[in-house]
Write a protein that binds this ligand. Sequence first.
Ligand code: HAM
Length: 430
Amino acid sequence: MGQALRAVRGMNDILPAQSSGWRALEQGFRAWAERYGFGEIRTPLVEPTALFGRSIGDGTDIVDKEMYSFVDKGEHALTLRPEGTASVVRAFVQHKLYALEPVTKLYYLGPMYRRERPARGRYRQFHQVGVELFGDAGPLVDAEVIDLAVRYLEAAGIPRLAVHLNSLGGPAARSAYEIALKTYLTPHRTSLSADSQRRLELNPLRILDSKDPADQAVVQHAPTLTAFLDDTDRAHFAALQEALARLDIPVVHDPKLVRGLDYYSRTLFEIRATDDTLGAQNAVCGGGRYDALVQSLGGPDCPAVGFAMGLERLLLLQPSQPAPTTPDVFAVAVSPDERPTLLALVQQLRQHGLSVDVDLRGQSLKSQMRRADKSGARLALLLGADEAAASAVQVRDLVAQQSERLAQSGLAAALRARLDAAAASSDTER
Ligand code: HAM
């Protein structure tokens, strides 16, 4: 036997026992995003490497350390997308979607790739759901987008979350603040972690959300961004907070929230788990406004706001997940000779919309009945020589432990009626 290969570190298989939980989160997100007026966009997993340096930013951890980049046959520098926003903006500009409607609302779901150190809630292939809204610079859409995130998480049954909110201000406020922060941090240089000493030159704002205790001690007394906001920034932030209050969304104003991507301006938010289920990886959703990005990627001057959340983290936080799907019916051949007729009957039932499982290996009746019980099917359908001769079947309710004989003609409708009745009575018992 050859040596078994394993999946790449930090990249996970999702097995059938887990996939109903995944599907429920994905279907729920589609439904909620569409309820808020967003339409789905699907972009390639691979993009030109330059896209991410120009959007997420050279000097960020993602671009400098975490991208899966390669040269395609010695010709094109390509990267597995580390997030969705850059790709969606690229597509928005490339297809001139801005020319179709004044406001464009897009949602997406799919795998993203970052070469981070794997830990609980942190993987190298992970899955995001997200939205991006283009063409509205006002604070009310920031509130609308945050509301979508909050209501979806609530409907998904994720407990104990807090919305952290900050404003980065416009480019002027941000660069004035960067200078002030650098001036404050430079005398403390040697007390900072090695990573933050490097960030001091490249991206001093990132030091603010460092998890390193040495950095946190220094940062504690740093000037805050809030003091640098101009009047328009302040009015935007105040109106956003007011709108969120009206939408019943409590927030924590967190002046040190900066997030690790360069494209943000003004509104920034993160939704975090408040218990320690996720350890350091407690952010389930991150987002904000990026009013300059469309233009810097070659599009028109077009404001935008969005968020993304990590599905793996939501699954870790969900107290219970939906049960795996089970067939309606398990079909059983009383003797191996009945198998071809049984298969034809099963095909008919499936074409009528029933989900039917069957074991065609020619196992004993007892072993097939054991599999029927284990399958979770409500009904077993048995075909023996007698039934075959009479164009009939035996149907056994595996919960009520009762059997009856039914004609093969009209069988799908008869089975459906029994399944519906069984579902209705188990609903009233609950
Ligand atoms: P982000 O904060 O880098 O933002 O990622 C958003 C979410 O993706 C995180 O809050 C987390 O739940 C999940 N996530 C990120 N990295 C990992 C990982 N290595 N393993 C598991 N989950 C992870 C963005 O990606 C922005 N594009 C969000 C955005 C959209 N801003 C505006 N529009």
